[in-house]
Design a binder for this molecule. Structure first.
Ligand SMILES: C[S@@+](CC[C@H](N)C(=O)[O-])C[C@H]1O[C@@H](n2cnc3c(N)ncnc32)[C@H](O)[C@@H]1O
Length: 176
């Protein structure tokens, strides 16, 4: 896959919003020891607590999304991801659509030019996710159904990817 030149050259700092059991960033961090990974989540009855064996380049905090991001500078990350989180958000913002718009705008603020925002959601929510990303200023927004074998093996992604692929990944790029 072709990535924007800026992403290839910038120090890679990744935020996973609503990271759950952090299995995705843990596995990714082991493959990319030079990158820095952060994740935030809130205690959730369905999700294991923060693993005790995280690699040193992974930092996970129990914090509401906006409490976590509010002090982060603009253009701080080269990638922001959020898997199975936006429709599952439990917090101060009660309207899921408004939360989706707010978190997408926050991802746009936090990303360096050329950075990517990647969302995994149920396939029925793909179109609205794409429109919200475009409205927030992301470009080259693509949407594709993802197969079970491509999905990080977390409790939630496995639950929704089996027995048939029912998840989509929507990706947008912050323009340079
Ligand atoms: C369905 S789980 C998905 C977890 C993980 N991303 C995955 O793919 O397995 C939803 C996640 O959203 C997080 N979450 C819900 N409300 C939140 C909030 N107000 N702030 C931060 N994270 C929140 C939960 O803690 C949980 O980790």
């Amino acid at each position: 896959m072709n990535r924007p030149a800026q992403i290839r050259t910038m120090p890679r700092r990744v935020l996973d919003i609503g990271c759950g059991d952090a299995q995705k960033i843990k596995r990714w961090a082991l493959q990319k020891p030079g990158w820095q990974f952060e994740g935030n989540h809130v205690p959730d009855v369905h999700i294991a607590r923060i693993p005790t064996d995280l690699p040193s380049n992974v930092h996970v905090k129990e914090a509401d999304t906006f409490d976590y991001t509010k002090d982060k500078p603009d253009e701080h990350y080269s990638m922001v991801t959020s898997d199975m989180h936006i429709g599952w958000y439990k917090g101060r913002e009660k309207d899921p659509r408004v939360y989706a718009e707010r978190v997408t705008s926050e991802a746009h603020r936090l990303l360096a030019p050329g950075g990517q925002f990647k969302v995994i959601t149920l396939d029925g929510a793909g179109d609205v996710t794409r429109r919200i990303m475009e409205k927030a200023g992301f470009r080259d927004v693509t949407q594709r159904q993802i197969m079970g074998k491509e999905i990080w093996k977390t409790e939630w992604t496995l639950r929704y990817s089996m027995p048939r692929p029912s998840l989509v990944q929507v990706t947008g790029i912050k323009p340079k």
